[in-house]
Write a protein of this length. Sequence first.
Length: 551
Amino acid sequence: MTIFNIVTLLGGLALFLYGMNVMGDGLKKLSGGKLETILQKLTSSPLKGVALGLAVTAVIQSSSATTVMVVGFVNSGIMELTQAVGVIMGANIGTTVTSWLLSMTGIQGESLLMQLLKPSSFSPVLAFIGIILIMFCKKEKKNDLGTIFLGFAILMSGMMSMSASVEPLADVPEFANLMTMFSNPILGLLAGTILTAIIQSSSASVGILQALCATGTIKYSVALPVIMGQNIGTCITAILSAVGANRNSKRTALIHLFFNVIGTTVFMVAFYASNVFVDYAFLDQAANETGIAIIHSCFNVAATILLLPFNKVLVKLAYVALPLKEDEKKEVSHRMELLDKRFLEKPAFAVAQSQEVSRSIMEEMFEFAEYTYELIYNYNSDKFEKIKEKYENIEMEIDYFNEYLVDLSYCILANKDHYAVSFLLQITGEMKGITTQMFQVAKAGKKLNKKNRSFSDMAKEELEEIWKGIMEVLKHTSDFVENESLSKFDNPYEKVLALKRSLKKSKKNHMKRLQMGTCTSDAGMAFLDVLSGYEQTLFYCTNMWEVVKEK
C-alpha cells in the first residue's frame, strides 16, 4: 500500500460522494416535488407510510433526506407524529437500494450477460448518454435524466476506484489485524456508527465497506456489526435537523433513533445468542458486495416487521423522553411554518409550499383591507389594536417569506421552479406595500376619532364608491396571482383608470368643501390620507399585474 493508493482511495471516495450528490439532485429535479407532495398527503396508515417512505427513498437515494423532510413535515404541522413512524421505517428499507446497485461491482463471470452487468462495462455508456442529454437536449426533463445517468456513472467510477486502491491492503498484516479487532460486535458497532455519523450517509458508509471487500480480509463477522452501527449513525442527520425546531420535530428524530437502536439491539442479541448454539459458519467467510447488500436489506426489513406493530410504543417513548409542556402548541396553524428550512433540501416541494403561502397571504391581505375600512366610520380602540397587531404580523411574515424565497433561489431549481421563485420574489414587495397603505387607512380612522371629527355625508358617499372599486381591484389581483394569468379577465386596467378618475374628482370636491367650510382641516387631512392610501394601493396592484403579464 503506497501513498498513491491512499490518494486514489481519497479521490475515489470524493467521486463516489459527488456522484451520489449529482444523481440525487437530478432525481429531485426530475420528480419535481411530486414525491414529497404524495408523502405529505398519503400517510393515513403506518403500512402505507412504510410503502411511501420506501418508494421515496429508493428514488431519491437518501434515507437522511427523507427523514429530514419528515422532520420538516412534523415541524410545520403537515404530518402527525404517528404518521411519521411508518415513513421513517420505510426510509430505512429504501436506502438499501443503493447497496444493491453498488453490489454490481462484485459481479463475476465471463459470459456476455455478466460482462454487460458489470459497472465497468455499462457506466461509461451511461456517462456518454448522460453528457449527450445534458449538452444537446433542450428539454429540462431530458437534462435531468442526463444528470442522473452521469451521477450514477461517477458514483460507480468512484466505487471501482476505491475498490482498486484498497486491494493491496490484502497483503498488509496490520490491516488484517485491525479488521480482526472489529469482529468484536461492540467495536464494530461503534466503528459503523462513528463513520456514518461523520459522513452523514449510511449509503456512502455501506459503499465504503463494500469497496473494502476487494481486499478479501473483511469477514462477515466484521461486516455485520459495522452495518448495524451504520444504521444508528445515519440518525445524526435527523437529530441535527431537529435542532431549533419544535418539540414534535425533536420527537420525530428520537423515533428514528429509537427505531434503529432498538432494532439493532434486538437483532444483535438474538443473532449472537443463537450463534452460541447454531454456530453460523458464514461469519468466518470473506464478505462480498452482494452479501453486504443482503445483510443491510434483511436487517432493515426485519426491524420494520418487528417494530411496525409497536409504532405507538415508539411515539410514547418519544413523549417519555420529551414530555408535553403546558405551553406547547397543540395545533400548528401559523402559515410561515409551511416554509420550513428543511424543505430547501427538496426545492421543488419548497416552491409548491411557497406558492401556497403566497395565496394565503393574499387572502389575509384582502380580509385586512376590509377591517381597516370599518374603522373610518366605526372606530374602536380595541379593534385598532387588533388591526395593528395583524398588520405587524403580516409585515413580519412577508419579510420572512422574502428571506425564504431568497434562500430558495440559491438552490438547484428546474426552470419552471426558477421562474416561480422569481415571480414570488417580485410580488412580495408589492404585497407589503398594499398592507402598509391599508394600515394608513386604519390610522386615518384613529386620527378622526382622536380629533372627534367625522367625514361629511358627501365625503362618505365618495369613499364608499371608491372603496367598492378598490376591493374589486384587490380581488382581481388575488385571482391574477393565484392563476398567474390575466387572460381570464376582460380589460382589468379600465377599472383602475376609472378609479383614478374618481380619486382625482374626489380630491377636487374635497378642496371645494374646504373652501366652503363644510369640512374641517382635521377631517380633511384624514380624508386625503385615505385617498392617498387607496391611490398607492392601485399602484401596487397594477405593479403586480405587470409581473403576472411578464411571467
